[in-house]
Design a protein around this ligand. Sequence first.
Ligand code: CUA
Length: 351
Amino acid sequence: MKRWMGKFKALMLFTFLTILLAGCGKENLTALDPKGYGAEISFNLILYITFIMIGVFVVVMVIYTIVLLRYREKKGQENEIPVQVEGNTKLEIVWTVIPIILVIIILIPTIFYTFDLADTSEASTSINVDVTGNQYWWHFEYQDEEVSTSQDLYIPTGEKVYLNMISSDVIHSFWVPTISGKMDVNPENVNTMYIEAYEEGVYWGKCAELCGSSHSLMDFKVIAVSPEEYEQWITDMQNVDPEEVPADAVAQEGQDLFQNNCMGCHALGSAPSGVGPNLTNFGDRTHFVGYLEPTKENLVDWIMDPETLKPGNKMTGTYDVTEEEADKIAEYLMQLKPSEVTPESAGGIID
Ligand code: CUA
């Protein structure tokens, strides 16, 4: 009785945790509420396969229950030995053929959509972005537009955007669950995929391949805005003057400090990024370092001690600034807001 109670309690706890944890996650970081082409296909395949599996489960359980009830030992049969059988060819054929048919039923749409999602025939007439995965951040170069940015990828809604992806170091994986499937980002070859968002919104992206100590912090965003806003954003980004001097004195000092300490690794304007992210529109970012709220306090903490906030990053120990100087640099960076089109314009969930 006691052992039975223990098992019952464990089952209750398990059930409770399942229900509790099912509430975790974010609305803009889920594969189960698709808002883009790739995610919709994945979700439909998940449903399709799940229904087939439930069918298999039900049939097996029904047969199992019938056999269990029908062939159990009845009163008066205690000493009877059942008829001994050795194999049944008909049955063997049936339970070999049925699974093969089921696998084929699953295979057909899976193969069709795999090729559909790998189709890049329209790439030449679409938006093309070169994506580089780095430990532990993402870089985006809009090929024809000559716009360079990191961490926040702006795309227009209702259009396919083709991504050419490579890694500068180890294998990463590009994944924006709400709008697309995953794609490995390798150091030695370019992998291509396209993404398409149906609705405006800020979609959370994750690196989905263990790539080092801060793999779990290698987050980014896809910001889907209307096609008009996207055009506006591109124009604003193209018109950035990286040398522009900020209006207030503190930010000016910050700019000098930034140029002396940080520009060896970071980039501004259309310049391709170096060891560190391009910071052209840093002030418009929803997060920085992948996950931190872009407050001045967080930014100063980051500049003073990056190792604690993102272990294994390449910034630690490459510069020497005081807290006062870090504050000025933060002031400058927070003012880098080149466009009216921001994550807020996407209207979706920001957090
Ligand atoms: Cu990059 Cu995990």
